[in-house]
Design a protein around this ligand. Structure first.
Ligand SMILES: *Cc1c(COP(=O)(O)O)cnc(C)c1O
Length: 366
């Protein structure tokens, strides 16, 4: 008996059912399912949405990042910096190239702390895989000049940040390229896995088009060994339908986040957002010293919450050969013990948010 679910994807589908079924029927009838004009259309629309010159649709958000790294010739002997409080894939894609994962601690915004960045840069650093966690863009004012000074590329991990802005510039328009995810749990999602890369660089665009399709430059000629990571046409068709509504949905996320923050700020730590940023609240996270008890209390009251993420990446078993230890990234570790993601999605009713708020206030004043 769940009263407030963490997410409910079926509501969005039901609101778009006619459009989605029509495109499924149209595509199925043509009998052409891979790299059709639905994909090109989505790439053009998505690039224009992010204000970049190009976009390349791929099989998932992880491949978007992996292919970005490979296209920049990053591999064995190189180092790539990322943050330890992200989803597994932010580190996994670096390891997959053969490069070394180098973690940098985060700040109060839960994103890379610019004050700690220079201490982890070495001669081998090739790139920063910059995560915009929770749909909030990292501190570009400070990070970009440091990257430029050291000649390091920024690849944005914008998987959680589609539509987020920073000084009126969208996520995906800051780095040499950016990877987005269209996974069902992301703000712009399709009915399965999918991803997309944005870039302003023509050479990178042309390379990525081949990379995602076996390295083929035409039907029969292979220029280099690539992989098969394409966005299905049916998924691109769904993405084209949904992109039209994204700004409305993101507006709804912001409205619910404000509702949470306004009433919770005296009881828990809420996101401290600055004037020049417009996050999209892919996750709405609070912090509380008794997080586990709070989470249990909410569950007893029918409210489903999550911890994104309970184990920092440097403490994962998969990372043991990197020789990090507990205490290396105090902020990320502190967050792992205190953060709680509250229910948020574009169709969530305000009265349910009010119910969640009431229960949190009850817990804090008990
Ligand atoms: C979801 C996510 C990814 C991976 O995207 P997939 O489409 O699931 O492969 C990468 N980085 C972050 C920060 C994510 O949230």
């Amino acid at each position: 008996m769940q009263e407030v679910k963490f997410v409910d994807l079926s509501k969005q589908y039901l609101s778009l059912k006619e459009e989605i079924l029509q495109s499924f029927d149209r595509l199925s009838t043509t009998g052409s399912y891979i790299l059709t004009k639905d994909v090109t259309e989505f790439e053009e629309k998505f690039a224009s949405y992010c204000n970049t010159k190009y976009a390349i649709a791929v099989g998932n958000g992880s491949d978007a990042l992996y292919l970005s790294l490979l296209s920049l010739n990053i591999g064995h002997g190189d180092e790539v910096i990322t943050t330890p409080n992200s989803f597994i894939a932010s580190a996994g894609v670096i390891a997959r190239t053969g490069a070394r994962i180098v973690f940098c601690d985060v700040g109060d915004d839960m994103n890379l702390d610019p004050n700690k960045l220079e201490s982890v840069i070495t001669k081998r650093t090739k790139a920063i895989l910059l995560v915009h966690l929770t749909g909030r863009i990292a501190n570009m004012d400070k990070i970009q000049p440091i990257a430029e000074k050291h000649g390091i590329e920024i690849i944005e991990d914008a998987a959680q940040a589609v539509g987020a802005t920073y000084r009126n510039k969208k996520a995906g328009a800051f780095g040499i390229c950016a990877g987005f995810s269209l996974h069902p749990l992301k703000n712009l999602h399709i009915h399965g896995d999918g991803g997309i890369i944005t870039t302003d660089e023509k050479w990178l665009y042309e390379k990525l088009l081949k990379f995602r399709n076996h390295g083929l430059k035409n039907r029969d000629e292979c220029e280099f060994w690539g992989i098969n990571s394409r966005l299905d046409s049916i998924q691109a068709a769904i993405a084209n339908i949904k992109l039209k509504y994204l700004d409305n949905w993101n507006g709804q996320y912001r409205k619910l986040a404000n509702l949470y923050s306004n009433r919770l700020k005296d009881y828990v730590i809420v996101p401290n957002v600055f004037e020049h940023e417009k996050p999209i609240y892919h996750r709405y996270m609070i912090q509380h010293p008794n997080r586990d008890k709070l989470q249990d209390y909410l569950l007893e009251n029918g409210i489903e919450t999550k911890v994104n993420y309970p184990i920092p990446l440097h403490l994962q078993e998969a990372a043991k050969n990197l020789n990090y230890k507990k205490g290396d990234f105090p902020k990320a570790e502190e967050l792992a013990n205190s953060i709680l993601s509250l229910p948020i999605y574009s169709e969530l009713e305000e009265k349910k948010v009010t119910f969640v708020i009431d229960k949190i206030v009850q817990f804090c004043t008990k």
